[in-house]
Design a protein around this ligand. Sequence first.
Ligand SMILES: [Zn+2]
Length: 321
Amino acid sequence: MKPAWLLLVALAAAALSTSARSQGLDYGRIEIATDQIAPNLYMLSGSAGLDPAHEAAAGGRIGVLAGPDGILMVDAQYAELADKVLAAVKRISSAPIRFLVNTHIHRDHTGGNAKFAKLGATIFAREELREGMGKARSVNGSPVPASDPAAIPVVTYGLGEPVKFHLNGEIVDLIPVRAAHTGGDTMIRFENANAIMIGDYYRNFGYPFIDINNGGSLQGMLEALDATMKVARSDTRLVPGHGTIIKRADLIPYRDMIFAIQGKVQQMIAQGKTQQDVLAAHVTSPYDPTVPGGLLPAAGGGTSADRFISEVYQELKGGGR
Ligand SMILES: [Zn+2]
């Protein structure tokens, strides 16, 4: 017979893994894969099939610009993966991580901020992001506590001219976009690598996500897509926070889809329909076969299609912003 303490340890371990699973994520099983997309630019992403909110790759994608001048990182994944992310960065380069830029506030992009700041990185982000991180907030109705003070960006900027880095022979532009996926979105362009990290205002797994509670807006999302089309060349690689890397031409059907759905919802509002009526009409159905993950459950309840339609309805009903 096993001693009682061993049974207790086993029970405690089982309880821990159950609580990790009950949050939908078993971080211990997630590995970080590295893809080199230019001579000194790398993309890191989590394992597929382990994060219900992001089936294609757990958490948000990270960019690493490496070289003798030190490392610039874009985004910082879930806090729980910070040690694995650090190990992946160290496999690329032993240079210090000097700068960290956040595309937006969500914890699958900023969770590791405190870890990298404590290692010496200076965090850059939009003013709106800094403001949001300093207070308790909610995402999809789930409370998010105020962040560790170390996680909060030190250098902030508004909607003006891009912030430029000259590092490792590369020019990196932090280009602010109007309130889109959240109120503090930035696209990050690597001029020589001819790549732009576009955060989550575009996605190709699930329908668009406008996080109204964190300042996102439908109008801003359309403007952000337009702004990206202006900045990108036809052969520029556009790297979303989740899903596959795309080109400029891929933005066009995406934007058209948002416009078409906006038009249908607007029409139903004009006919006096309620949000429930609009959800019941399944206005995304022409797009469902071509939007992978569109009908999977999204955080906050319902499918990602339902979440998107609800956001469009609320913004249009509220008269836009
Ligand atoms: Zn996001």
